[in-house]
Design a protein around this ligand. Structure first.
Ligand SMILES: N[C@@H](CCC(=O)N[C@@H](CS)C(=O)NCC(=O)O)C(=O)O
Length: 199
């Protein structure tokens, strides 16, 4: 099993963090998105959508989409709740992450960290702030009620949302007004097997 990824990408870090929390390892193949390596013919042959992370199994089958890959890696572990309601809540947070959080916070971070906030991207960067803060408010609401997103126990929902939330400042987001989120970030950092995102 191998993962094609970029260590600065939150979507890829989700998998590195999950594997480490589970005490598992996996071959890592570095893909440089800034050099266009996700658009090379050989990579597109593996995955026509041309995105990382990509999981490749030993028999050649592949899986894309970070949150789907997490379900494969964590199957039959406590990171996926067995109750149907809690399982649906897990999906709820992962769909929220992809539609209401990542497109704002991760994209603002990409414009700043990867592209260096060029003048022609400043308007797009600014346009991401309101949506990002809306997503943070939704998380803050839940995390004032429960220590983790699904309740008392860490799950894939927390890993999916931790990836870009803990580096939200790199997209211009100030976490100071979100004490419950900051507490939750601390709880995740205290988990056995936690590894930081590579700079
Ligand atoms: N929804 C996808 C998003 C994947 C994604 O946007 N990956 C970015 C890096 S974080 C990428 O591959 N960008 C390069 C490209 O689009 O060519 C997931 O969760 O895996």
């Amino acid at each position: 099993m191998r993962i094609y990824g970029d260590t600065r990408s939150g979507n890829c870090y989700k998998l590195q963090l999950l594997l480490s929390l589970l005490g598992k390892t996996c071959e890592w193949v570095n893909v440089d998105i800034m050099k266009g390596e996700t658009r090379s013919p050989s990579f597109l042959e593996k995955t026509p959508n041309g995105k990382i992370p990509l999981l490749e199994l030993d028999d050649g089958r592949v899986l894309s989409e970070s949150n789907a890959i997490m379900h494969y890696i964590a199957s039959n572990t406590p990171f996926i709740p067995s109750s149907p309601y809690q399982f649906a809540q897990l999906l709820q947070w992962q769909f929220f992450e992809q539609y209401s959080h990542e497109p704002y916070i991760a994209v603002a971070r990409y414009i700043n960290v990867y592209l260096g906030l060029p003048d022609d991207k400043k308007a797009e960067y600014a346009s991401k702030q309101a949506g990002g803060y809306r997503a943070l408010a939704v998380m803050e609401h839940q995390l004032t009620l429960t220590p983790f997103l699904l309740g008392d126990v860490i799950s894939l929902a927390d890993i999916s949302l931790f990836a870009y939330t803990h580096v939200a400042h790199e997209g211009g987001f100030d976490l100071a007004p979100y004490p419950a989120i900051r507490n939750w970030i601390g709880l995740i950092r205290e988990q056995n097997g936690f590894i930081p995102m590579e700079a």
